[in-house]
Design a protein around this ligand. Sequence first.
Ligand SMILES: NC(=O)c1ccc[n+]([C@@H]2O[C@H](COP(=O)([O-])OP(=O)(O)OC[C@H]3O[C@@H](n4cnc5c(N)ncnc54)[C@H](O)[C@@H]3O)[C@@H](O)[C@H]2O)c1
Length: 350
Amino acid sequence: MTAPAPSELAFIRFVSVENMMKLIHQIGIEEMMTGLVGYIEEDFRRWELFDKTPRVASHSAEGVIELMPTSDGEVYGFKYVNGHPKNTREGLQTVTAFGLLARVDTGYPVLLSEMTMLTALRTAATSAMVAKHLAPKDARTMALIGNGAQSEFQAMAMRAVCGVEHLRLYDIDRAATDKVLRNLGGLGFDVTACATPEEAIEGAQIITTCTADKQYATILTDNMVGSGVHINAIGGDCPGKTELHPDILKRSDVFVEFPPQTRIEGEIQQMPEDFAVTEMWQVLSGKAPGRTSERQITLFDGVGFAIEDFSALRYLRDRLEDSGLYQNLDIIADPDDPRDLFGMLQRAKG
Ligand SMILES: NC(=O)c1ccc[n+]([C@@H]2O[C@H](COP(=O)([O-])OP(=O)(O)OC[C@H]3O[C@@H](n4cnc5c(N)ncnc54)[C@H](O)[C@@H]3O)[C@@H](O)[C@H]2O)c1
């Protein structure tokens, strides 16, 4: 007896790393960044209807493994992601991820995707979306401190969305900076490799910090930051893992994703519980102002929130249909008679 073929509902779309890379090239990185920004903005504007919770973190001495769930009432999504700063020394990625979308009405999953690539894109798209609303309008120069896996994506998104053309790079490991120089060579940026973080931020209107270190690091000190800049701080995203001296936070207007999560994980973990922050969704919905003066220091204390992953998966779902860049994965046991799961197993006996 041959086992009956799985029903149509058994299959969900699966996007492998290979297909994700093909899709990114098919769409074009910068067009995809712009598209993702649109989806993230749309979801930030309907922020209030989402289920929201700080991500569920499992910490170890070496790193963290996190689950990031949310739902808009029709679609549910979650991402699995890790953060292990010591991994690169062992030839492994600091951050890897995959994620899933499901229907809320039946609970059936509909899409499973790699999200290591997609996280780099969504993180950069979120940074660029925030900079679009907070950075000085004439910002063309960005300091990029920390030249690891996220860095080129940050550059591409900031150009696509905010018009950044000049990059000033710094990393404690010169090999990382050389990698960025190689990767961005020929892509039309004006790139300068710098010997110190002080040199990197000279003349920069946007300062991006995306370093990885499992400690309270001080990538920027207070005296380094002049008025009028926008700081995009994305590397401090775990308890005990920050990038900025607390004095910078006192002089800046700090913008965050979801305060209950950012107070645990972000730069503001160094500040008292009642330290004033503005939620980015309020800026998007016109409920709070963004940049209000030329001299103001705006600071995005980005830790990465579940809704951004949800937006990215939604974008992916919508772009998949025409691309054909997916496989069908037989992942849901769906017997004809829903109560006959055991019978389905028996009929599959070889
Ligand atoms: N906010 C978010 O949504 C989000 C998303 C993804 C990753 N992250 C975080 O961003 C950071 C970067 O991620 P990645 O995947 O690029 O990591 P990575 O390990 O690939 O790169 C980090 C780089 O930082 C450099 N570095 C470490 N300490 C430094 C210092 N003191 N000064 C200058 N450079 C220094 C390292 O040499 C390395 O090249 C990580 O901390 C990660 O957890 C945040």
